[in-house]
Design a protein around this ligand. Structure first.
Ligand code: KG4
Ligand code: ZN
Length: 332
């Protein structure tokens, strides 16, 4: 089954053709980062406008690269939640029009479920059940993936998401948006033991809280500026990254041990972080767990992951009609 999938929940306009949930036939991602960079973050109104301008071309390109006509696809899938409402609406309305015109089924996909499904494309043998850590710009969740369409969130962030903390800490250090990747690069050159940063406590051991840590970095930079002290950016990046990765890894591994999971997976934009990939790989090995991580190209927002999850939603009978609407925030 070939699914044409569309993703427009934030600042990437993406379209892909995916076969049977596991094989990418084509995947196109048009990023708007260069424009949002000018404002230090995503400007929702600009994102919506760029999606409107780009979506036809991006979908055309995905079909051309797949050497397929629209009618050769068996269904149309789209991210309908969660995300920026105006951005989501562009994808949802475009997908609805395509499904209506071609009389193909319309499959709604939850963005976070899509991030998790990136692992199905990368790892043919991966099947539920497993425990997944999703760390992205908007979410930090520990999720029991009980089946392809059955999830239970057992840990979540109480304030900032991991990616958000990366981006805001990066901004205070003078890195451009989105700062996660810049912290990753700088951290490779720094000493992670140089700056002591706070590790927050949470009532539920699987929950996260990153705002205190983010504020600590911002205060450290401001205090140094006021005193005329020099901050070593590489050391601060390394210290911050090490702290975030330790929090994510320790809580996730604890959740896996407590709940008896031997198979675990990582997903979301922050899954691209080399420190996190390394630390989690090491800990999984120590505890005899099989760890799945998508390639960096499938960690950030893309439509292939949406096409993958859509296949399983279709098998479960989750089909939408033309009343489908976009939803800005929606639990799994
Ligand atoms: O999943 P994603 O593309 O978008 C959301 O659904 O939010 O995640 C984007 C987030 C951004 O905060 C970005 O800074 C972060 O992922 N990110 C990274 C790295 N690459 C992307 N964070 C840390 N290290 C990276 N290498
Ligand atoms: Zn995402």
């Amino acid at each position: 089954m070939k699914i044409l999938a569309i993703e427009s929940s934030c600042d990437e306009t993406a379209c892909a053709v995916v076969e049977d949930g596991r094989t990418i036939i084509s995947s196109v991602v048009a990023t708007q980062i260069d424009e949002h960079k000018l404002y230090g973050g995503v400007v929702p109104e600009i994102a919506s406008r760029r999606h409107c301008e780009n979506i036809v071309g991006v979908c055309d390109e995905a079909l051309i690269k797949a050497d397929l006509k629209l009618n050769d696809c068996d269904a149309v899938a789209v991210t309908y939640a969660p995300g920026l409402i105006g951005a989501l609406l562009v994808g949802v309305n475009f997908a609805k029009s395509l499904a209506l015109a071609t009389k193909k089924p319309l499959i709604p996909v939850h963005h976070i479920k899509g991030h998790i499904a990136a692992n199905y494309i990368a790892h043919g043998e991966l099947e539920p059940p497993y425990l997944c850590l999703v760390a992205s710009g908007g979410h930090s969740h520990i999720i029991k993936v009980k089946d392809y369409t059955e999830f239970e969130t057992i840990g979540r962030t109480l304030d900032d998401a991991a990616g958000e903390a990366f981006d805001k800490a990066a901004r205070s250090m003078g890195f451009p948006y989105p700062g996660g990747v810049h912290i990753d690069k700088a951290a490779k050159l720094g000493d992670s033991a140089r700056y002591k940063l706070p590790v927050p406590k949470t009532e539920n051991p699987y929950d996260f809280s990153f705002s205190g840590l983010k504020t600590a970095v911002i205060n450290l930079v401001h205090n140094a500026e006021q005193k005329g002290d020099e901050i070593n950016k590489n050391d601060l990046a390394a210290s911050f990254q090490h702290t975030v990765c330790t929090i994510l890894t320790s809580k996730f591994i604890k959740a896996a041990l407590d709940n008896g999971y031997k198979t675990i997976a990582l997903a979301g934009g922050v899954a691209a972080n080399s420190g996190l990939r390394e630390m989690l790989t090491e800990q999984a090995e120590i505890h005899g767990m099989k760890l799945y991580i998508p390639p960096v190209s499938l960690c950030g927002d893309n439509a292939a992951m949406i096409g993958s999850q859509a296949f399983y939603e279709y098998l479960a009978g989750n089909i939408a009609d033309s009343s489908l609407n976009a939803v800005a925030s929606l639990k799994l």
